[in-house]
Ligand binder design. Sequence first.
Ligand SMILES: [Ca+2]
Ligand SMILES: [Ca+2]
Ligand SMILES: [Ca+2]
Ligand SMILES: [Ca+2]
Length: 254
Amino acid sequence: MASSDNTDILASTTGGTYTVVDPSPTVSLTAPTNGSVVSGSVPVSATATDDDAVTRVDFKIDGSTLIGSDSTSPYSFSWNTTSVASGPHVLPAEAFDTGNNSSVFSVNITVDNQPPSAPSSLSATVSSSTQVTLNWTASTDNVGVTAYDVYRDSSLIATVVTNSYVDSGLIAGTTYSYFVHAKDNQGNVSSASNTISATTFKRGDLNNDGFVNIFDLSILLSRWRTADAVADINGDGEVNIFDLSILLSNWDNS
Ligand SMILES: [Ca+2]
Ligand SMILES: [Ca+2]
Ligand SMILES: [Ca+2]
Ligand SMILES: [Ca+2]
């Protein structure tokens, strides 16, 4: 005969041999949640109850290495996840009662303290006096790349999710340098890509040969009254007298 409650046995029996069962605690991990990705220092927290008293809750990563223990509710501690390798882990919370009976509640988590690989093969294509198009080879990550930070002359100018960016509104005939960093969902940042420089076209230098001359005038006239982006120097949507005026005012005699 077994009972789940010591008091019941004493009250209702008069003799014989009995096995007294001391119920184990109930325990639940409230943070981190099952399936979550964690990095850096994270709060670990459990709730536990017992018919008598919970004496402590132990946290053992992958069931082997004790990473924390708390004897008072809320059963919690701050865990520095860099103590384990990035990747999937099992995080159990084991609650003990005064009789040293225990129960375990585990969650599966992924630790990600590993930054993405650096973006590579960053290239810059100048398409006008005001615009540079950047392309690079995508980074990889142990969990996933979520964004790229684009820097112009060492200042962050954009955060994009694809591996290309069009930098517009630039100044004609000016050299800019660019590099890119990749980020994952945990904010781990890769090292920088290669640095690439690009010089926007001189204003009116439509064929980008370094001079504003008859060749550019020829291009402009051949695209007269169209919306051609290269010949529309002032960007008003049409190749017209204003663009001709700009071209002539930048005319190179050399
Ligand atoms: Ca108990
Ligand atoms: Ca990562
Ligand atoms: Ca030219
Ligand atoms: Ca125009």
